[in-house]
Write a protein that binds this ligand. Structure first.
Ligand code: URA
Length: 209
């Protein structure tokens, strides 16, 4: 009719990006592709690679960490540094491996200088993680470290207060434990982490029963 309809810039932008990027209902291939090209937050500008996650798409165990570090950003894989080696050892101790579990992070992109994720970055990334959880359908979620636990549980508590007891994430049992990078600095806490892994093993078995 020759009449232009103007939308406020923000509303138009939000509509467009929601239509393009909403991950609900995506399969693994679509989700991975969407993450690879994501520009939802500022971290898209400084990343080398997105870090989608690694492991079995049908894993019983879903391990969730904080965010990629420098080496993860370079290689596009989570937990590949010294903390990753310790995580591998922790998995071996419970009869699991990097291939049998699925490992993901709260953020898919590296925060510069390994600073903590900003709330808006975690919020922008949240739907990707939620879709991963829906697709994996794990029997147990292991949140490693404060950032993962606080984001998943919507809590402000310390790991010390959240660990050692069962939590729930949308009907899936969730256990909090120390981040392997922290355990490298404080090896005396490894015994507590071992007891968290034992608790998680029990909960995963009960989830079946
Ligand atoms: N720390 C994390 O929390 N995630 C990684 O992928 C690497 C280190």
């Amino acid at each position: 009719m020759g009449i232009d309809v103007w939308l406020p810039r923000d509303a138009a932008g939000a509509e467009a990006s929601a239509a393009v990027e909403s991950p609900g209902g995506m399969d693994w291939t679509e989700l991975r592709e969407c993450v690879t090209h994501c520009t939802r937050c500022e971290l898209a500008k400084s990343r080398t690679n997105t870090v989608f996650g690694v492991g079995s798409p049908n894993a019983d165990w879903l391990i969730i960490g904080e965010a990629p570090g420098a080496e993860e950003d370079r290689r596009g894989e989570p937990f590949v540094g010294r903390a990753g080696t310790l995580l591998d050892e922790m998995l071996r101790a419970i009869g699991q491996s990097r291939d049998s579990v699925f490992i993901a992070n709260i953020l898919k992109c590296r925060p510069p200088n390994n600073r903590d994720p900003k709330p808006e970055e975690a919020a922008a990334c949240r739907q990707y993680l939620e879709r991963q959880i829906e697709l994996v359908q794990p029997k147990i979620i292991l949140a490693v470290g404060k950032i993962a636990a606080q984001n998943l549980l919507g809590s402000g508590e310390t790991v010390g207060r959240m660990r050692g007891r069962p939590h729930d994430f949308g009907g899936i049992p969730l256990v909090v434990t120390y981040h392997p990078a922290y355990l490298l600095r404080s090896p005396s806490q490894k015994a507590k982490s071992w007891s968290d892994l034992c608790l998680a093993t029990r909960l995963a078995a009960e989830y079946d029963a």
